[in-house]
Design a protein around this ligand. Structure first.
Ligand SMILES: [Cu+2]
Length: 147
């Protein structure tokens, strides 16, 4: 079901927009969090180290084949399941407290997070901040931040 919704969203996106979601990802590319396990208990600030295999990192605005820059989806629905994700896939990842961009080509982040449970998911975006086709998305990791 998840795959179907995502596929439908991409089909919708590519029908109406010229550049939307059309940057190809390299086959078998994976993105993942190197240093945090699902269920980890950590203290703030939380260091998140981005792992990427199969493609390279380039800053936002730089159009180079088989590259992208990292984004964190923070405390929101998994990629493809959010209410506005058709828009996100078509026109780019928004920039707000739930969508963090690392357009400088950063390969790690330090997040100041309040105590409690948080979810983190990585998504690669192209030079327009649009997810690739097919999208390069990590598993969702749930962490608990203690005081
Ligand atoms: Cu971006």
């Amino acid at each position: 079901m998840k795959r179907f919704i995502l596929g439908a969203a991409i089909a919708l996106a590519t029908a109406g927009f010229v550049h939307a979601g059309e940057t190809p990802s390299a086959p078998d590319t994976t993105v993942y969090v190197i240093n945090l396990e699902n269920g980890a208990t950590v203290q703030s600030p939380v260091k998140v180290i981005f792992g990427l295999a199969g493609m390279g990192v380039a800053p936002a605005g730089v159009e180079k084949e088989a590259t992208g820059h990292h984004h964190i989806l923070l405390n929101r629905a998994p990629f493809g399941e959010g209410a506005d994700d058709a828009e996100l896939i078509a026109n780019g990842i928004p920039s707000d407290e739930n969508h963090l961009h690392f357009g400088g080509g950063q390969t790690q982040a330090s997040l100041a997070l309040p105590a409690g449970t948080h979810t983190i998911q990585l998504v690669l975006g192209d030079h327009f901040h649009v997810p690739h086709n097919p999208p390069v998305v990590s598993d969702v990791i749930t962490i608990t931040v203690t005081e």
